[in-house]
Design a protein. Sequence first.
Length: 532
Amino acid sequence: MTVLQTALDPAGPDYQAHREAMLAKLADLESEHAKALAGGGEKYVERHRKRGKLLARERIELLLDPDTPFLELSPLAAWGSDYPVGASLVTGIGVVEGVECLITANDPTVRGGASNPWSLKKALRANDIALANRLPCISLVESGGADLPSQKEIFIPGGAVFRDLTRLSAAGIPTVAVVFGNSTAGGAYIPGMSDHVIMVKERAKVFLGGPPLVKMATGEESDDESLGGAEMHARVSGLADYFAVDEPDALRQARRVVARLNHRKAYPDPGPAEPPKHDPEELLGIVPGDLKIPFDPREVIARIVDGSDFDEFKPLYGTSLTTGWAALHGYPVGILANAQGVLFSEESQKAAQFIQLANQRDIPLLFLHNTTGYMVGKEYEQGGIIKHGAMMINAVSNSRVPHMSVLMGASYGAGHYGMCGRAYDPRFLFAWPSAKSAVMGPQQLAGVLSIVARQSAAAKGQPYDDEADAGLRAMVEQQIESESLPKFLSGRLYDDGVIDPRDTRTVLGLCLSAVHTASYEGARGGFGVFRM
Ligand code: COA
């Protein structure tokens, strides 16, 4: 065994300070998560209940196997936008009749469950996850369709939601729609494109045009039930496969549908695994409040992998990037973790080699981010930092084993790319509350802008206003700082959620289990030209 030792001193002042900084960030995160849970607020929740309806998360709870976890994704979607936190949609992974499924549920308490640009992004992300991991997709539908004032942002790209449903079906990934209420106009294609459809009596409204629109279009008098009620669709149109008498009945029937899907995982469950030897609670005290201070990622690895057992690869070479092999909840993983922040040529080449090895062996990769990016400066440029960074980015881009990323601290510049940032399609990407991500650090960015402005003034022969410069720098710094924060980035769907560091092992274990629903094979060749 190669069990990691720890140098962390939980009684020491550093640990205490780091822990306090992390706890403060977690408290802030909790209050933002509470906004998503509150949905449209008391008034609309109350009205919804008075109508005898269940809330989105209650529907999910009844759908899932009792006492099984639900990995909610991107609960902070739409944070910092004009739309309510959560984007009127709940998405996540949960177990139904022993089958891991991707579940989406409209939140009808938020503007009638209408989809805004962030709801759309969230729905499309959920579909991507279902497709990549072959997870059956269950849609719990009750939505006013497109958020009409923002229709220009969603009408044209929104068609992808229906396209995805039929592509999932074509790929043999089951799709199930349970309709609890409004599912009209474009929304009618959610049940329309799903493999299995359940509708709730006197609640489901599934039509292309409601009574007023029909009256306008053809002059025909009609009503909701005859145009799109559950009974009509179950008896007459045939769009509903199952007629549910109420919401719990619909969820019970959805469970029966899943029980009969015969959906099989590509890999068996590895069974119980040994927990880490070091206490995951201590993950709170590792990342310094000031990200300029480096921390040893082995302290993190020691608290997330099975038995804290880690076989380090090339430990003496390119020491600013720690690489090595471990298991997480019984699944083998290769880990790349930034140690000193900066990536040099050696680290980049080591990463490219390590990624190739993982592909040869069919081992998923976990990227633990704390990087300020690739090293700059004459010595490093002359040493080929661009081509070595390019090797790493090539390896990450063309690797075919599943990737997962966790932003623990900094994730700046091309370092974010080389470490499998969002654009590199990791199967899952989560951030800790301590994370920050941007093209570069706020001070560096403000400083660069200031130098450029000074040079521009000099070139025009104009004087440079130093006082205005200081004010501008401070303003830019503050703006970049706020745009680097995890809740801002999560609001824009640049991750799948901001998680408590203590939950990292559990979250990654759930993700790895979902990942192993689909078979995968590493790239044996097929990388781009490695510039040597
Ligand atoms: N876009 C933007 N806002 C919408 C909306 C939509 N598609 N649907 C509902 N809302 C808003 C309402 O204006 C209302 O806002 P307010 O409380 O600030 O006045 C809030 O959401 C709740 O709507 P309300 O009608 O009171 O809720 P309800 O539960 O009684 O009915 C619907 C919900 C969805 C059945 C009903 O609002 C509706 O028919 N909406 C329009 C549906 C539509 O035609 N969509 C276009 C499809 S492409």
